[in-house]
Design a protein around this ligand. Structure first.
Ligand SMILES: [Zn+2]
Length: 311
């Protein structure tokens, strides 16, 4: 399985358009020891030809253009000039940062979107703009999955990629735009998921950019994976409150802090451990900071846009 990290920042990206935190200011001034990042997006493939997106970020158009493997190829086939190596997507929540990119893929390209029934209903029944994905029969095919069960990643035609996916229920909060009336009809275990993807050779990737807590069951899962992409959103629980003067804690936003996960995941030895979904306020983005050094010395990597690895 080939894994590409097309984007590695949390919502808003780095720098964020309306942010004057020390990181964003230094990056704009050209004095920052660290890299700009687009919003989190992962793509996976077994054959380097057919790709599945984990989520669909608001930066997806630029991320596709920056990634030659995702460019359409002129083929002497019935497909004509309009085609894409992107076979489908798997959604793990209904956040704007995680789903807006689907609207960028609206040019009548057949795709399959794997999602929980609750996430599908929020997008297709409550957000009429997503009807742009249903203009012709077979344009976007939604396929429901249930947390805890293993399902195959299929392309729009129903062909099996060989990849297997299992979603773990990690959080019970739906995005703020989902009405309380709708929330009352939804299944709360389908709100926010972590994904375990298995290749035909049995190699496993865990992708969990939003993990509110780390329990024993999750620790056992991590001991069976080869690469762990984990929530690197905030360094500390009160990071946003200290920088903005108000707001929510990391925990309230559904994220365990890096300073906490560094301790809790120290015992996890098997996988390559990579922090992903890093908020622009996180001090570990600064490669001259003690936080960056602490993370690296603990054996973790900090994802950057454009990274690729095989497992
Ligand atoms: Zn900032």
């Amino acid at each position: 399985m080939r894994v590409k990290i097309l984007g590695s920042a949390a919502g808003g990206g780095f720098p964020q358009w309306n942010c004057a935190c020390p990181n964003c200011c230094a990056l704009r001034a050209g004095t920052f020891k660290g890299k700009a990042r687009s919003q989190t997006q992962v793509a996976i493939s077994v054959d380097n030809k057919n790709w599945f997106l984990l989520g669909a970020s608001p930066d997806l158009r630029a991320q596709i253009e920056a990634t030659p493997q995702l460019h359409p190829r002129l083929q002497p086939s019935e497909d004509g000039v309009r085609q894409s190596p992107i076979a489908g997507a798997v959604l793990s929540n209904a956040d704007v940062d995680h789903t807006l990119g689907l609207l960028l893929l609206r040019e009548l390209q057949p795709l399959r979107v794997h999602a929980t029934g609750s996430i599908r209903r929020i997008l297709t029944e409550d957000n009429s703009m997503f009807a742009m994905l249903q203009r012709v029969p077979g344009q976007v095919i939604w396929t429901d999955f249930t947390p805890g069960t293993t399902f195959p990643l299929l392309n729009a035609a129903g062909e099996d990629s060989g990849l297997r996916c299992r979603a773990l229920s990690l959080g019970t909060h739906y995005p703020a735009y989902v009405s309380s009336r709708r929330q009352a009809e939804l299944t709360f275990t389908e709100a926010s998921l972590g994904l375990i993807v298995e290749s035909p050779t049995g190699k496993r990737l865990a992708c969990m950019p939003a993990a509110p807590q780390i329990d024993d069951a999750l620790l056992r899962e991590f001991e069976s994976v080869d690469v762990l992409l984990f929530d690197g959103t905030f360094w500390s629980d009160d990071e946003l409150i200290r920088i903005q003067g108000s707001g929510q804690t990391a925990q309230q936003m559904g994220h365990v802090s890096v300073s906490s996960s560094l301790v809790k995941l120290a015992q996890v030895r098997r996988p390559r451990k990579i922090y992903l979904h890093i908020n622009n306020t996180n001090p570990m983005l600064n490669e001259a900071s003690p936080e960056y050094r602490q993370v690296r010395e603990a054996g973790w990597e900090i994802a950057e846009d454009g990274w690729q690895f095989d497992l």
